[in-house]
Every structure is written in structure tokens, then in C-alpha cells.
Design a protein around this ligand. Structure first.
Ligand code: ATP
Ligand code: MG
Length: 242
């Protein structure tokens, strides 16, 4: 059984033939756990994410207990159209348990992602950080939290009015009034150094009317996340797992 939801009936021929469209495209944006490709339909370029086929146990979970990643990314995309590339369709294959699933989105014509100012010495990084802080503040003000706010999931485009940000990989989000702790913690997956993160946190504190305590809290969570990740890596290396 195929379950699908579309932003408009115009995309029906695209969604119904998604496997063919997807396999025929040779423009691969990423091929890791999931595969992301650019796919053309009616002379427009879309981005299609094909989610990794879940393991037996996960396919059971996604069929009977929990919404799939494609389902969540699509539903969340509908809730936050101003913050993410427009979601076009989700398609899930159940036979009888979840196997293939796809998310179709509009392509956001980004110039770079957050890795450029954080790790590649972008000349305008201070401005980008300050504008990014305002972007995250707008998300938080709308009671939105992206739980996977990593540099590759933040797309950036330069425009005449400044920088435009879009978040992707949005299957892990929650919608609630956020505590100061949650707000400060939300920056810890950026893997930023203290100086860059301080610039971001200061700009956030300014628009959010928060004080130095907030900046210290953000720096603390960032360091704790790095320590935890490094510890895990050391253990894996010691066990010869990587
Ligand atoms: N709507 C989009 N517009 C433009 N580029 C996109 C879009 N969606 C994804 N991309 C590009 O594809 C890359 C990978 O996308 P995404 O982050 O969704 O996959 P992923 O990181 O493999 O997912 P996961 O972390 O779940 O394994 C992004 O870094 C970006 O360059
Ligand atoms: Mg990603």
C-alpha cells in the first residue's frame, strides 16, 4: 500500500512515479544514510530525499507505533513554511510494513551552508552569525525548536536585503513554549568554537533581551556536547569500531 500526501493535485503524476523519477536523476546531492537528489518535473527542479529503508524493528515501529521520518518532515514543513523549503509531497510504501519513503521539496538555491562561516573563514561571518541568531530567535518566538540544528542543515543565501536562512532535515522538531535552557541548548550541535558561538549567543541575547547568564549557558551546553561526542569517539576508536 502506498500512502501519500501532496501540496497540490498537480504533483500527482510526480508522486505516483517517484521511483522512476528518482532513479533516472543523476544529480546526487548526498548519498550517505539517505540519498538526496535533484529531480526535474514539469521543467522545475525539486529536491527529493529517499530515506534509508528501515531495519526490521524500525519498520515495525514506523508502521504501528510512530510516524515515519518522511511523514514528520512533511507535516512539520507545513507548519513552518517561512523557515524551510516548501514541502511538496511525502510518499510512503507499506508492504505491509514501511520500506521506501520519499520527501519532495522545493529546491532552495543556497549559496552555502553554515559550515562556510563556521569552518571555512567566510569573510562576512560576523554578519552571518548575527543574522542567524535573529533567524533562530524567530523560530523560538514561534515556539519551534529544530533538534538537529547542525551546520549542514542550515542553508544560506545572500540577497540584497541580507542573508536568507532555511532549515532542512526537519523530521526532529518540537512545537512548544521554550525555556531559556532549551533556547541556549539549541546551539550546541553547531560544533562552533567559543568565539563564534559567543558572537551568535550575544546577538541572540540582544534581540531576546537576555543577559550574560544566557551566553554562559549556551557555551556550557556546547562544551558538554563536544565532550560527550569526543568521549564516544574515543571509546569507538579503542574498540576498533572506526
Ligand atoms: N530543499 C533543498 N534545497 C536545496 N538543497 C537541499 C535541499 N534539501 C537538501 N539539500 C541539500 O542536500 C544535503 C543533504 O540534505 P539533508 O540534510 O536533508 O540530508 P542528510 O543530512 O543526509 O539527512 P540525515 O541527516 O537525515 O542523514 C543538504 O546539505 C543540502 O546541500
Ligand atoms: Mg542533514
Amino acid at each position: 500500500m502506498i500512502k501519500q500526501q501532496l501540496a497540490s493535485a498537480d504533483y500527482k503524476p510526480f508522486a505516483e512515479e517517484i521511483e522512476r523519477y528518482f532513479s533516472q536523476s543523476s544529480i546526487v546531492l548526498q548519498d550517505d544514510r539517505n540519498t538526496i537528489k535533484e529531480v526535474e518535473f514539469n521543467n522545475i527542479i525539486f529536491v527529493v530525499k529517499s530515506y534509508k529503508v528501515p531495519s526490521t524493528i524500525n519498520s515495525f515501529i514506523y508502521t504501528y507505533l510512530k510516524k515515519s521520518k518522511a511523514w514528520r518532515a512533511y507535516e512539520y514543513g507545513l507548519k513552518i513554511p517561512q523557515f524551510t523549503p516548501k514541502v511538496i509531497a511525502r510518499i510512503e510504501n507499506f508492504n505491509p510494513r514501511l520500506t521506501q519513503s520519499y520527501l519532495i521539496c522545493e529546491k532552495f538555491d543556497a549559496d552555502f551552508n553554515m559550515q562556510a562561516p563556521l569552518f571555512k573563514q567566510h569573510p562576512d561571518k560576523k554578519v552571518i552569525f548575527e543574522e542567524f541568531a535573529k533567524f533562530v530567535f524567530a523560530l523560538h518566538k514561534n515556539n519551534v525548536i529544530h533538534h538537529d540544528l547542525s551546520p549542514g542543515n542550515i542553508l544560506i543565501k545572500k540577497s540584497d536585503q541580507g542573508y536568507i536562512f532555511k532549515i532542512i532535515d526537519i523530521n526532529r522538531m518540537s512545537f512548544e513554549v521554550l525555556s531559556t535552557k532549551q533556547k541556549a541548548k539549541n546551539f550546541s550541535k553547531l560544533w562552533a568554537d567559543n568565539e563564534d558561538l559567543s558572537t551568535i549567543l550575544k546577538a541572540y541575547a540582544q534581540v531576546a533581551n537576555l543577559d550574560q547568564k544566557f551566553i554562559n549557558l549556551g557555551l556550557f551546553f556546547n562544551q558538554r556536547n563536544k565532550d560527550r561526542k569526543n568521549r564516544k569517539l574515543k571509546i569507538k576508536k579503542a574498540l576498533g569500531l572506526c
